[in-house]
Design a protein around this ligand. Structure first.
Ligand code: PMP
Length: 426
């Protein structure tokens, strides 16, 4: 039964039982309306209230400044690999167009062959997106950018595999990053779910200058959002799928600086993009469209937004000092688990470098007895027998992965730490 297991799966992840119990009731009859929450119109006042409350609670919990917008989107983290490309390339084109002639509109530009030629030249020689590849998910994001835009516009500013025997597990020193001048965005994945690599903090070389301006930085925080304080102002955008620390599968959140949305930064027209041989974004991936409609351009799963909202309310109730409260708990659980592994260096080998080990996805090998395969099978079998489930590593890398998301209680982490110790001694 549910109360007998602790599930360490990487996502979808465990959700708090009380949130699910309440959601089960809401699914049948929401606030005595006689209709379940998944049956109510997404255009109803009730749906709008759910969206607005979840946005406000997220902003409170993470200290998101007023000049940032929160969007609920669909298509998952993978959809955002494409959305970030379309939207930030669009913003770059708008900046270039204005730099060439600040007063002229897209339409007027199209009728000025000399200006169009200059813009086309700029796209050809200067348009770059920078990717820091530190694991499977940033690698996938970069591959999507290459597919959509063409490899000539994608600059791999760093690839962790180059200095680590073709394997992930490190973050290359910032001094080795080859960043482009005026990149449309610098993209990285804050926590690599498969490889267990997490940025220890915001990269120094991407910090804004004293005047507040800096590179356009975009981060995928799908697997570590809500678990530590983030310097939101350093980012142009952050995105995360809900299915790890926030809620159920089905919604993806984008936190984006309003300056990068219309009216301040309109997206180029489809006609202009076509003339520049750049891809035209599907409207459903356009941040401006989603923002203008308060995330209701099309039918959004209000049920999933509701679950996310209830998780946020629970976090706000549990931690008067908001995300810092959760951060402290995460830190304790992490130390307990890595501590248990490190106490037995002859039995366990943590995969990533100590300086970049993830607090959320703890990836290790079981080397006991020399036959790793047999040792890991035994580890998983005995763990499952004790109700510790979901520990198998991602199929692409193997090994063991304990996902230590917010819903893993300190007691759950302690149970696993004890098992790690007992298995080593057995
Ligand atoms: N980014 C990260 C860091 C992830 O962990 C995942 C999924 N586990 C994704 C992106 C892709 O998300 P989705 O499956 O929702 O497309």
């Amino acid at each position: 039964s549910r109360s007998e297991i602790t599930y360490f799966g990487a996502g979808p992840a465990l959700l708090p039982t009380d949130v699910l119990e309440q959601a089960a009731e809401a699914l049948l009859d929401y606030q005595s309306t006689g209709l379940g929450i998944a049956e109510h119109s997404h255009r109803s006042e009730l749906a709008t209230n759910i969206i607005n409350e979840a946005k406000a609670d997220l902003a409170t919990y993470l200290d998101i400044p007023e000049d940032y917008e929160v969007l609920f989107m669909q298509g998952g983290g993978s959809g955002e690999f494409a959305a970030t490309v379309y939207n930030f390339v669009g913003a770059w084109v708008t900046r270039k167009r204005r730099a060439l002639s600040s007063k002229k509109t897209d339409e007027e530009f199209l009728n000025e062959p000399a200006l169009m030629q200059e813009l086309r030249n700029a796209v050809g020689s200067e348009l770059k997106i920078d990717y820091l590849i530190t694991g499977g998910w940033s690698q996938k994001a970069a591959a999507e950018a290459q597919r959509l835009l063409g490899p000539e516009h994608v600059n791999i500013a760093a690839d962790a595999r180059q200095s680590n025997n073709a394997k992930f597990g490190t973050i290359p020193d910032e001094s080795t990053w080859k960043l482009s001048k005026d990149a449309a965005m610098v993209y990285y994945c804050d926590n690599e779910t498969v490889d267990g690599v997490e940025f220890p903090g915001f990269p120094k070389c991407l910090e804004p200058g004293p005047d507040g301006t800096g590179p356009i930085v975009v981060a995928d925080m799908s697997s570590n959002i809500l678990s530590r304080r983030i310097p939101v102002r350093n980012f142009s955008a952050i995105f995360f799928g809900a299915q790890k620390n926030l809620g159920s599968t089905g919604v993806t959140v984008v936190v984006i600086k309003k300056d990068l949305l219309p009216p301040k930064t309109p997206q180029p027209s489809a006609a202009l993009l076509r003339k520049l041989s750049l891809p035209v974004p599907p409207i459903i991936l356009e941040y401006g469209t989603i923002a203008k409609n308060n995330s209701l351009y099309n039918t959004l799963s209000i049920f999933d937004v509701y679950i996310a909202g209830q998780v946020l309310k629970k976090l706000l109730r549990s931690y008067p000092n908001k995300v810092e409260g959760q951060e402290a708990v995460s830190e304790k659980k992490t130390q307990l688990l890595y501590g248990a592994l490190e106490a037995h260096p002859d039995v366990y080998k943590v995969v990533p470098d100590k300086s970049v080990r993830s607090r959320m996805n703890i990836c290790f090998r079981v080397t006991k007895g020399g036959d790793v395969d047999a040792a890991e099978k035994a580890f998983l079998k005995e763990a499952t027998a004790q109700g510790l489930t979901g520990l198998k590593g991602h199929r692409s890398v193997g090994g063991i992965r304990a996902s230590n998301y917010n819903s893993i209680t300190p007691e759950g982490a302690e149970k696993l730490a004890k098992f790690i110790d007992a298995f080593a001694k057995s």
